[in-house]
Structures are given as C-alpha cells and as structure tokens.
Design a binder for this molecule. Structure first.
Ligand code: IPD
Ligand code: CA
Length: 263
C-alpha cells in the first residue's frame, strides 16, 4: 500500500506542534493543571496542541478519521485514522521534566502505517513508515544487539489507576531490578518505545496503555528491527492494553518474566 501522505509533511506537522508545546512547557504554571482521574493530569497545553495537530492533519489527509487522547474531535471509523497523543508524558510536562513527546500514528484499517514521536526539549524527532525503516532526525534507527537480559536496560510504566494485585506487580518489578542491568520509569510511553527503537534500551513493557500512547512508537520499534507483542506474545497490543517491545534477542526472556506475574 502506498502511503497516502508524504512522511516529511507529517514530520513538519509534529515539529510545529512541538514548537507550540515547548513554548508552553517553558512557561507552564501548575495552576493550569486539571484532573481527568486519579493522577491523570491534563492542561490547556494538551488540548491546544491536539487542536493544532488535528487542524493540520485534516488538511494533509481530509478523508482520515481521528482517535485522540483529549477527545477534541469525535472518533470515527474510517479507512485511515490518525491516532494522536498531543503530549505524552503530561505529568513530566507539568513538573518541568523534559521527557514528553508529540505522538502521531496513522492506521490503515487495523494496521499501523506511519508514525512520528517528537521530543521538543531535545529536538529529537523519531519517525517511520511501514516497510521503509525508522529514523531519528536524519539517521536510520536500529534496535540494540544486546543478547542477554542481564546486559539489558529495561523500561516500564506504572499504571495510573488501580493495580489488580499490587503484591504480584511489585514482585515483577523486583525481578527486573535483580535480573537486568538497570530498570527505568521515564514517564512517557512514546519515548520509552522510541528509546527501544534507538537501541538505548533493550525492552519496554507496560499494561493499561491506550492506542494513542503507543501507535507511533510501536511502528517505529518494528521498523527499527524490534519486536512488539502483547503479554501472550500475540499481536493484540494496539487496543489490547498490554505491550512489550524489545530487541529480538531479549524479547523472549522479558516476556517469560512478565507472564509469571500477569494473569
Ligand atoms: C501516560 C504516559 C505514561 C504511561 C501512562 C500514560 P500521558 O500518558 O505515557 O508513561 O505510564 O500509562 O497514560 O497521560 O502522559 O499522555
Ligand atoms: Ca499518553
């Protein structure tokens, strides 16, 4: 399938949204924080960034629908859908931590075909289209060639809502602290994913993610030679609320550990 948009135009749109978001990031007043749920934050910056993205993406591909985190546009079933997280890492953003990203994926029916993840503070733009590889700014991306879990830096995310069994969950975290070279929680699933694509981390797993957190990043990992699955090792990760992304060598070891502690 030929991509219905030019990838550089999509990148341009993410960069423009990033410029707006970064201006607000540098001037952010915590009085502007609103609460969507327990520890689930939002502000005008998320909503305005989303509106800017939607406006420009509509111009780029008028026949596409949208799935967006802030719901500033109604979700519609269309052949093509933009999957948008205007600011992934909102908690970092409102606390002045420069780990947040603009994340935009494009789906053709149920398949991811393009994606861009832009971290404005570091001016790092990660992007990919299906079958054409993944890039960071102008450089091709490749997952790491590390073969063992003990030499791996593993990233996770903590679920915001209630955890089913906190005891099991903490045991799982303990296993990774013991068995890996290091364990991180960065606070932006989009960034977690592209760091796996860039070979900075060997594996990332998280339960409870939404499609907008992961759509762009998951494609970027796959195009960089990585594996992306659900916690059964299957393909139901876009809407399935469980995701494991890893280089092909350590994927199995990480999956086996995760499976010991999740139902
Ligand atoms: C969150 C981040 C975080 C992850 C959460 C997401 P938001 O997105 O990606 O790393 O742990 O599950 O909801 O709320 O910052 O857009
Ligand atoms: Ca998000």
């Amino acid at each position: 399938m030929k991509l219905p948009v030019e990838l550089p135009s999509l990148v341009e749109i993410a960069l423009e949204a990033g410029e707006y978001a970064q201006h607000e990031f540098l001037n952010f007043d915590r009085a502007a924080i609103e609460h969507k749920g327990k520890n689930d934050l939002v502000s005008y910056a998320d909503k305005e960034t989303e509106k800017l993205l939607v406006k420009n993406l509509r111009k780029l591909l008028p026949r596409a629908g949208f799935i967006t985190e802030e719901g500033t546009v109604k979700a519609e079933e269309k052949e093509f859908r933009w999957v948008i997280d205007p600011i992934d890492g909102t908690t970092n953003f409102v606390h002045g931590i420069p780990l947040y990203a603009i994340s935009v994926g494009l789906m053709h029916h149920e398949e991811l075909v393009a994606g861009v993840v832009y971290n404005p503070p570091l001016k790092e733009c990660f992007y990919a289209s299906k079958g054409k590889g993944a890039f960071l700014n102008d450089d091709p991306l490749r997952v790491s060639a590390v073969k063992k879990l003990e030499d791996s830096l593993v990233i996770t995310g903590f679920p915001y809502g209630k955890i089913k069994s906190q005891e099991q969950y903490l045991k799982l975290l303990g296993q990774f602290i013991n068995d890996s070279q290091g364990f991180r929680r960065l606070g932006s699933a989009a960034i977690d994913l592209v760091y796996v694509a860039a070979g900075r981390s060997e594996a990332f797993f998280e339960g409870g993610l939404s499609a907008w957190d992961l759509a762009a990043g998951a494609l970027i990992v796959k195009e960089a030679g990585g594996m992306v699955t659900d916690f059964k090792g299957g393909d139901n990760y876009i809407f399935g609320k469980e995701l494991l992304a890893a280089n092909p060598y350590v994927h199995k070891a990480v999956l086996e550990l995760v499976q010991q502690y999740v139902d």
